[in-house]
Each structure stands twice: as structure tokens, then as C-alpha cells.
Write a protein that binds this ligand. Structure first.
Ligand code: FAD
Length: 325
């Protein structure tokens, strides 16, 4: 019995998405005789970069579809492909990245099989019986749940940035196998019909940054970001902001961190003048180290951060810049 992972191509069209690589890394912690993948979001053979990544991640079989109708997103039809791959490959576990699409496709499979589906899993905490930890309440609470054990297929999605992608100790063969799924018209009733370019900026600089300098209402105004930008640039990082800052029109939405913004997981998050509301925390809690800069020693961001500096950010940031030279 294997672990089947739903993988998607990267937006660039080359290789697997980062979330897919994270999910493959997570999947290797689950019990089973190896990891297989089912490739959705692309029709026909995966590109060479994607296959190389599958091999690196120890994937035995890569299930693909040749059905051209599945090029565009259709949750139920994609779920049919995933379910058929799970059946033919004899999967005991089925996991996907906890993206909107990953969760929707898995929910269709779980509903069809009549099994529960924990979302946003972050870690395996116990092997026998298998228990996993998952994020709830926007990441503010961790909940421990049993996974599998009922004899059927166990289904779960993995929270983004919960696991850093790492190659397997032993590479896999990544043999390509065709999935013959029965797709009816009703499976294609809800399908993406048109894709438009995003307006108003790119979030990749923020989500991929190793260092993020965050700024909240405490920055004081739209014209007060010079020191924040200077520090971000000096540290080779990006600027991230709270929702108050975007709502006030001080900065564009693509810089927002949080539940309704981007999720970040940099090595360092320097959160300046940000109170650390639960919705903001949902987007930054997986940062490796958080340093809060705040005038209020009781602010949630200060009490949750690994380190905190209590004071005016417009005095502290220039002092840090001076120290860095
Ligand atoms: C459905 C929903 C979704 C949401 N999604 C998001 C989201 O995605 N992201 C998000 O950020 N928020 C989100 N929010 C809003 C969230 O609840 C908070 O209102 C918001 O995060 C607060 O922003 P802030 O920390 O910048 O402002 P405030 O809460 O006003 O905090 C400002 C902080 O700056 C400090 N400060 C003031 N002056 C200085 C100074 N000179 N130097 C240093 N510190 C100073 C203060 O002590 C305070 O801690 C959401 C809310 C809802 C209801």
C-alpha cells in the first residue's frame, strides 16, 4: 500500500510547484510502501524537470492523463483522475498541498469515498496509531487528529510551508503510467473557462523572500516607508505589510501578509509596528525567526516573537541600518 501525492506543474511551466515538492517531502513521513504521484493540471507526459524532481523525491510511479479536457481546472473531473490513480495504484494514503485547488479536489475524493479529510496538516506526531497535527483557526491553534485506521483510503491536505522541500535519501524511478478515468459531462459542469493575468503586482518576491521586513499601522503613514524599504533592500529581502496598511491605501495588496494576503515562511520576519492580530499571524507564523519591533510590550506580536525590541520603529530601524553600515 503506497502513499499517493497530487502534484501540479509550477506556474512557470517548468517542473513541479513548490507546494507539490513540500507535499512529496511530507508524504515520505507517512507509513506505506513508497510514494507515487498523480500529475494534474497538465496533460500528457510531464516535462523533464518535473520528472527529475519526482525521481529526486523518491516517486515510484507518476500517474498522468492524456484527456485534453482536463487541461483546465475542473475539480470533480480532476478528482476522478486522482481517485482512479489511487485505486489502480493501491494507495492507502492520499495527500495534496492545502491550496484552494488541492483542498477542493481532495474533498471530492473524500466525499465519494465517505471518509473524513483533515486539512492543513503540518506534521506527523505519532506513528501507531497514526496521528497528525493540523492548523485550525487561521493557524492560531494546532489540533491533533487520527489519520486512517478505518481500513479505507486516508485523505489529508498539507499546509503550505509546513515542510521544507528536501530530496529523498533514495531516488525513485518515476515511471509514467496513463490513468484511464471515466469522465462524464457532469464532471466538467464546473470548469475554468478563462484565465486572466493578475492585475496589480506580483506576490512572488514576498512569498519567496528569505528576509521580510514587515510594517503595520505603527509605521505612521504612506510616506513613512523609506527606512523599512531601505532595511529590506539592505538585507536582500522584501517588504510585507498588515491589512490595515493596504486598507488605508499606504501600500499595494500584493504586499499584504496574512489570512487574506500571502503566507510567508522566511528565515527572518522583522515585524515592525504590527500588533500581531490572529489574521496576520496566520500568514507569518511559519517564519523561522520572528523579531517584533513595537512600542507596546504587551502586543501579541511581541509576546509570540522569538525576540522583541520595545521602542519606536523609526528610531530602531535607522539604528539597525547604521550598525549594518
Ligand atoms: C476576515 C479578516 C481578515 C483579515 N486578514 C488580515 C490579513 O490578511 N492580514 C492582516 O495583517 N490583517 C488582517 N486582518 C486585520 C487584523 O484583524 C488586524 O486589524 C490588522 O492585522 C492590524 O494591523 P496592524 O497590526 O498594522 O495595526 P494595529 O492593530 O493598529 O497595530 C499597530 C501596532 O503598531 C504599534 N506601534 C504604533 N506606533 C509604533 C511605532 N512608532 N513603532 C513601533 N510600533 C508602533 C502598536 O503598539 C500596535 O501594536 C483581517 C481581519 C479580518 C476580520
Amino acid at each position: 500500500m503506497s502513499v499517493l501525492v497530487v502534484v501540479e506543474p509550477d506556474e512557470s511551466g517548468n517542473g513541479l510547484s513548490v507546494v507539490s515538492q513540500e507535499t512529496l517531502t511530507f508524504a515520505r513521513q507517512l507509513p506505506g510502501e513508497g510514494v507515487d504521484a498523480v500529475f494534474v493540471g497538465s496533460v500528457g507526459d510531464p516535462d523533464e524537470a518535473a520528472l527529475a524532481q519526482c525521481r529526486e523525491h523518491g516517486v515510484g510511479t507518476v500517474h498522468v492523463t492524456d484527456d485534453a479536457r482536463l487541461e483546465r481546472y475542473a475539480a470533480r473531473a480532476w478528482a476522478q483522475v486522482v481517485e482512479t490513480a489511487a485505486e489502480t495504484g493501491g494507495a492507502a494514503y492520499l495527500v495534496a498541498g492545502g491550496t484552494p485547488r488541492g483542498n477542493e479536489v481532495l474533498a471530492h475524493v473524500a466525499a465519494a469515498r465517505g471518509v473524513p479529510m483533515p486539512c492543513n496538516v503540518v506534521a506527523v506526531v505519532q506513528d501507531e496509531p497514526l496521528e497528525v497535527e493540523r492548523q485550525v483557526v487561521g493557524g492560531a491553534v494546532l489540533e491533533r487528529v487520527a489519520l486512517g485506521g478505518g481500513g479505507g483510503l486516508a485523505v489529508a491536505s498539507v499546509a503550505g510551508h509546513a515542510v521544507a522541500p528536501e530530496p529523498a535519501g533514495e531516488p525513485g524511478e518515476a515511471r509514467v503510467e496513463r490513468v484511464e478515468a471515466q469522465i462524464g459531462d457532469s464532471d466538467l459542469a464546473a470548469q475554468v473557462v478563462r484565465v486572466e493575468e493578475r492585475e496589480g503586482g506580483d506576490t512572488s518576491a514576498l512569498t519567496g523572500a528569505d528576509v521580510v521586513v514587515g510594517a503595520g499601522r505603527g509605521v505612521g503613514g504612506a510616506d513613512q516607508f523609506a527606512d523599512v524599504e531601505q532595511l529590506a533592500s539592505r538585507l536582500g529581502g522584501a517588504v510585507g505589510v498588515s491589512r490595515v496598511v493596504t486598507s488605508l491605501g499606504w501600500r499595494p495588496h500584493h504586499e499584504q501578509v496574512g489570512q487574506t494576503g500571502s503566507r510567508i515562511s522566511p528565515d527572518l520576519y522583522l515585524a515592525c509596528g504590527i500588533s500581531g492580530a490572529i489574521q496576520h499571524w496566520a500568514g507569518c507564523s511559519s517564519s523561522r525567526t520572528i523579531i517584533a519591533v513595537n512600542t507596546d510590550a504587551e502586543a501579541p506580536m511581541v509576546t509570540k516573537a522569538r525576540y522583541a525590541v520595545i521602542g519606536d520603529m523609526h528610531e530602531i530601524i535607522p539604528a539597525v541600518l547604521e550598525e549594518l553600515g
